[in-house]
Design a binder for this molecule. Structure first.
Ligand SMILES: [Zn+2]
Length: 142
């Protein structure tokens, strides 16, 4: 997938500030590109209607209507909320050619995006995102 080079992050904090704001687990994933263990995240099987925001900066990233059951062990979305909500970057760590997904607003690590896997979704893309990188705000149930 073609990397999208974003502008400089709008939210910039020092390493020390991020460490104070985030829990150690959040820090490890969001700021050190860690990965939570499969099937352990709080949103893996969530079907609540709402908006998922970046846990580091609060920017809205994904809507529940694009979340689908991938059975891969992490929350999966077939599209971000808006094209400029996330940025994509080539990631060749772990001996694999992958595409990393980052929050466009604060450049925190969210997960990876894969395409052409044959999932029955409109985009055939799977944004495989760590639960711990997200905060779900449920819609008001009238
Ligand atoms: Zn962010």
């Amino acid at each position: 997938m073609k990397p999208v080079v974003g502008a400089a992050p709008k939210v910039v904090k020092s390493d020390q500030e991020w460490r104070q704001q985030l829990t150690p687990d959040e820090y490890r994933v969001l700021r050190q590109a860690g990965t939570e263990r499969a099937f352990t995240g709080e949103y893996t099987d969530t079907s609540t209607v709402g908006v998922y925001a970046c846990r580091a900066c609060g920017a809205e990233l994904f809507r529940s209507s694009t979340k689908f059951e991938s059975h891969c062990g992490w929350p999966s979305f077939f599209s971000p909320l808006a094209g400029d909500a996330v940025i994509l970057r080539d990631d060749s760590t772990m001996g694999m050619a992958r595409t990393e997904v980052l929050c466009a607003t604060c450049h925190s690590h969210l997960g990876h995006v894969f395409e052409g896997e044959g999932y029955d979704t409109p985009t055939d893309q799977r944004y495989c995102i760590n639960s711990i990188s997200l905060t779900l705000s449920p819609d008001d149930q009238a």
